[in-house]
Design a binder for this molecule. Structure first.
Ligand SMILES: [Zn+2]
Length: 347
């Protein structure tokens, strides 16, 4: 089939490659990733570096499709509502717009690109590429806002169709065939690990879970992960001894947006930490989870926690530490080793 695919096929394809990963993220985190990808386009566009523009713009369709799927939006339908129900553009107001592309309706993604090219000829001739980027970012922003305000599904779909519309308009401006360059980069699988579904593991954001008596150790861990040598995003909640449902929901949401975790266990058994630990073990690559136990003395340790640690030791690496400095050094080494491992190409 190659790159001549209907929009619905593209959406299905990227859902097969990245669907699982995207479902693990909150929808606005997926939108955030899309904004980051658009950000990658800014410099090449400002410097008119066509090779880099092609490389970066090829990453937009997977995220647009991913966000659509994450929100339960049928992109093809959304495009149809936005661009076909009311005749868009000034250029061909009264013409049968499909005649412009010689078809009854857009069939493959390329047809949508041609259709938008013809219908917005006049408008797009007068707009500069940096302004087009601004419009694109605006529409992603509008999509995110609609998400937060629970806007009705139709309005959300309209905004997302606008995001794809601007992506196609930018492609037209640089005479890039979006379907073709996206296919060249992805070839039906993840371009990085070459697998479908994608098997890439990354380590970008670490969640720190801790027993409440280890508050100061938690701060040590956070500062070491943020520092110059490691520089990862890190998140952890203060005093978690107070169990509230809101707090737990918030913590699980944050864990879903991370790809690594550090767990600090002390002498008390905490159901919160236990729940967070299980959630991290289920979600993350096992090599991205570091379990730390403070002290070797088991006399003061809750028997339930002793059982849990013994259980963990069977299938996981469990580390012990004595002092904050000891903890810092061990974490720093383990995370840096793991980051080094992830830098190696996957075949
Ligand atoms: Zn991959």
């Amino acid at each position: 089939m190659g790159y001549e695919r209907a929009l619905g096929h593209w959406q299905k394809l990227f859902s097969e490659i990245y669907g699982q990963k995207n479902m693990a993220m909150a929808a606005d985190q997926v939108a955030q990733r899309l904004v980051e990808e658009v950000g990658e386009l800014v410099h090449p566009i400002n410097t008119f570096n066509l090779r880099e523009i092609k490389k970066s713009i090829a990453d937009l369709l997977p995220w647009i499709c991913g966000l659509a799927t994450r929100l339960g939006i049928d992109l093809e339908e959304a495009m149809y509502h936005k661009y076909c129900e009311h005749k868009p553009g000034k250029s061909y107001g009264s013409l049968d717009m499909f005649a412009l592309i010689g078809k009854k309706a857009p069939d493959v993604l390329e047809d949508w690109q041609d259709l938008l090219k013809e219908s917005f000829k006049e408008e797009n001739a007068n707009i500069t590429p940096p302004s087009m980027i601004a419009k694109l970012v605006q529409d992603i922003g509008a999509t995110s806002r609609s998400l937060r305000h629970n806007t009705e599904a139709k309005a959300l779909a309209d905004k997302l169709a606008g995001v794809l519309g601007w992506t196609l308009a930018i492609s037209n401006k640089f005479e890039i065939n979006l379907a073709q360059i996206t296919w060249e980069k992805y070839q039906g699988a993840c371009w990085k690990c070459l697998a479908k579904p994608c098997r890439c593991t990354s380590l970008t954001r670490v969640f720190v879970s801790h027993a409440s008596e280890l508050e100061s150790d938690r701060e040590e861990v956070i500062s070491i992960i943020k520092n110059r040598q490691i520089q990862l995003d890190v998140i952890g909640f203060q005093d978690i001894s107070q169990f509230t449902q809101e707090r737990m929901t918030e913590a699980l949401r944050e864990i879903a947006g991370c790809d690594g975790g550090v767990i600090l266990l002390g002498s008390k058994f905490s159901p919160n930490v236990y729940a967070e630990l299980l959630f991290m073990l289920a979600k993350y690559d096992p090599r991205n989870v570091w379990i730390f136990v403070k002290g070797k003395n088991t006399e003061t340790r809750d028997p339930m926690l002793i059982d849990l640690i013994e259980e963990m030791k069977r299938s996981r690496q469990v580390h012990t530490y004595e002092t904050p400095l000891d903890l810092q050094q061990k974490i720093s080494l383990l995370i840096q080793d793991r980051m080094e491992e992830l830098r190696q190409p996957i075949y």
